[in-house]
Design a protein around this ligand. Structure first.
Ligand code: FAD
Ligand code: SF4
Length: 327
């Protein structure tokens, strides 16, 4: 599958990058590590005339500790850098654990945290060649008007399938979005729409620039568990992140988040309240597993059946809660 010809724009500053986005409107796409967008372009899911290569913008790289605030991560920081950061490993271990499960070492050397947060949603009917999609009459997410997964409906259910966002949700992360009118900061949980075809709140003239981990989320025990077909290299088919803090053997604060089973990464409803103030035992971990299985809405967008993926969310959540409590 060949790439359609495009012009590569390589700004050295953020301002230059924003100016390129403003100039080319919907005819330009952002390239960070390229590990997802390039294969998608080969499948003709995107055919822009311009590509904005961010990799020369030094200000978008790096992990910086901010005393009294937490940690700031540039959107272009690679997943390998995150995985290897001793500071993150010590203070925000759920993030390094999740980053270490993404794809394969080579892809983590190229792939960025910004690209992981902005990753397109996935579906068996969408991540296919043009010929394949054409033969099936296309679908709502690209070029068509029906959904093969939920026929009769008008919504796209493609699954959000990145590994680091559930960990970031558990850490109460915030992100910075830059555009022609300056920068805005918002909680990551407000970035996603829950719609498979318009999954993120990002205008075509905006860029994700930084991720903030608050100091108040330091030192939680964290666990990430992921279901995938090939252990060595694969997108998640179900994923769960847990962060937990205990005082005198009782949970004083906790969060549980899921990925790959909804069109957005989501915090499990009621999990924090159910855990707070209690010692963790089998029965409580099982209850959190049940809450997670209720939050998960897997459909036939992905390999493995929805029933199996939902059950694995239940099992992984229970195990992750017990593991976090015993860390
Ligand atoms: C074989 C294979 C296996 C994979 N397995 C996994 C996996 O297990 N888990 C997983 O999470 N991912 C997986 N991926 C996907 C991908 O490698 C990662 O998600 C990676 O983090 C994407 O980052 P990137 O920098 O390469 O993004 P790119 O491909 O450059 O971009 C991805 C998307 O984000 C947008 N984007 C990137 N940066 C910004 C920014 N700063 N501002 C605005 N928009 C931006 C791009 O325009 C594009 O839409 C896999 C990919 C392949 C090919
Ligand atoms: S969920 Fe439906 S509309 Fe969305 S990509 Fe899959 S088939 Fe297409």
């Amino acid at each position: 599958m060949s790439l359609t010809e495009f012009k590569l724009l390589r700004p050295r500053t953020l301002n230059e990058a924003i100016a390129f986005l403003a100039k080319h409107g919907s005819d330009i796409r952002v390239l960070a590590g390229g590990t997802d967008i390039i294969p998608s372009m080969r499948q003709k899911l995107f055919e822009p005339h311009y590509m904005l290569d961010l990799r020369r913008i030094a200000e978008l790289r790096g992990i910086r500790s901010k005393p009294g605030e937490g940690v700031e991560i540039g959107a272009l920081t690679t997943l390998s850098e995150i995985e290897r950061s001793s500071h993150l490993k010590q203070q925000y271990s759920v993030l390094t654990e999740a980053a270490a499960t993404v794809a394969s070492p080579v892809l983590r050397n190229m792939g960025t945290i910004g690209g992981n947060i902005c990753l397109d949603t996935r579906c068996l009917w969408y991540n296919q060649s043009l010929q394949w999609r054409k033969a099936c009459g296309f679908c709502i997410k690209k070029d068509g008007d029906l959904c093969h997964v939920a026929p009769g409906g008008s919504k796209c259910w493609a699954a959000f399938s990145a590994d680091t966002p559930p960990a970031l949700l558990c850490l109460n992360a915030e992100i910075e979005i830059a555009g022609p009118d300056g920068a805005r900061r918002l909680p990551l949980r407000d970035f996603y729409t829950g719609l498979g075809d318009a999954y993120r709140k990002l205008q075509p003239n905006e860029l994700l620039t930084r991720i903030f981990l608050p100091e108040s989320s330091e030192n939680y025990t964290g666990v990430y568990r992921k279901l995938r077909v090939r252990g060595s290299i694969d997108y998640p088919l179900a994923g769960v992140a847990v962060t937990l803090r205990r005082t005198n053997g009782h949970v004083s604060d906790a969060r549980v988040a899921l990925t790959a089973v909804n069109p957005a990464p989501v915090l499990v409803k009621g999990a924090s309240q159910a855990l707070e103030g209690k010692p963790v035992d089998e029965a409580l971990a099982e209850l959190i597993g049940d809450l997670a299985a209720r939050t998960a809405k897997p459909l036939t967008t992905s390999a493995l059946t929805p029933e199996y993926r939902r059950e694995m969310i239940r099992v992984f959540t229970k195990r992750a809660v017990l593991a976090a409590a015993n860390n």
